[in-house]
Design a protein around this ligand. Structure first.
Ligand code: COA
Length: 161
């Protein structure tokens, strides 16, 4: 069975992430979406919330599983016997950082390759930071995140409420 792992901090997951999940789920027998810790970022949502959001967004995709993990991605991939890490590339500016991470992960686990999918053009501008910023100011995040989780994001972040 070919297993792929799509890691991210998903704080929160956006439609850009969902686009990558949908497309990657067609490339593997099983795709594990892993909510992980990026040591450089402070999270607004708890791991439980992130996993719950991702599960609700992907409930129509039978070969997608959602988990959380707080250790090294390279170890997680080994534990799951996955053959590839999936990442989305939004712009040339993402490349250097992603290239570094892919090489570091390869060094830590020689058996795993990183596969990059180009983010769909309409999501090129999108990031979790932008979604949080709009939500905090009471703006409309429709079209940026899944309908299923939109209200929960607003309820948590909208400071005007
Ligand atoms: N569409 C729209 N936005 C997207 C996107 C897409 N297809 N793909 C990513 N983004 C956004 C994300 O929302 C994120 O936004 P933010 O910066 O506002 O949070 C941004 O692009 C960066 O995403 P990504 O490159 O996936 O980083 P991340 O912080 O989500 O995930 C981890 C990084 C968690 C995978 C990484 O830190 C990790 O592997 N941690 C585990 C510890 C480890 O092994 N460290 C060593 C790594 S070599």
């Amino acid at each position: 069975m070919r297993i792929g792992v799509y890691p991210g901090s998903f704080d929160p997951a956006t439609l850009g992430h969902l686009d990558i999940i949908r497309r990657a789920s067609k490339l593997f027998d099983k795709l594990i979406v892993a909510a992980m810790v990026n040591g450089e970022k402070r999270s607004s949502f708890t791991m439980e919330e992130k996993v719950d959001f991702l599960k609700r967004m992907t409930c129509d995709l039978p070969n997608v599983e959602v988990e959380s993990f707080s250790g090294l991605l390279a170890d997680y991939v080994k534990e799951k016997q996955a053959c590839a890490i999936v990442k989305g590339l939004r712009a040339v500016s993402d490349f250097e950082y992603e290239f570094q991470m892919a090489l570091a992960n390869k060094k830590l686990n020689a058996d795993v390759d990183t596969v990059f999918l180009m983010t769909e053009q309409k999501y090129l501008f999108l990031s979790s930071t932008i979604v949080r910023d709009i939500a905090r100011h009471g703006g409309d995040i429709t079209g940026f995140v899944s309908e299923e989780i939109r209200d929960d994001i607003m309820n948590k972040l909208d400071q005007a409420k």
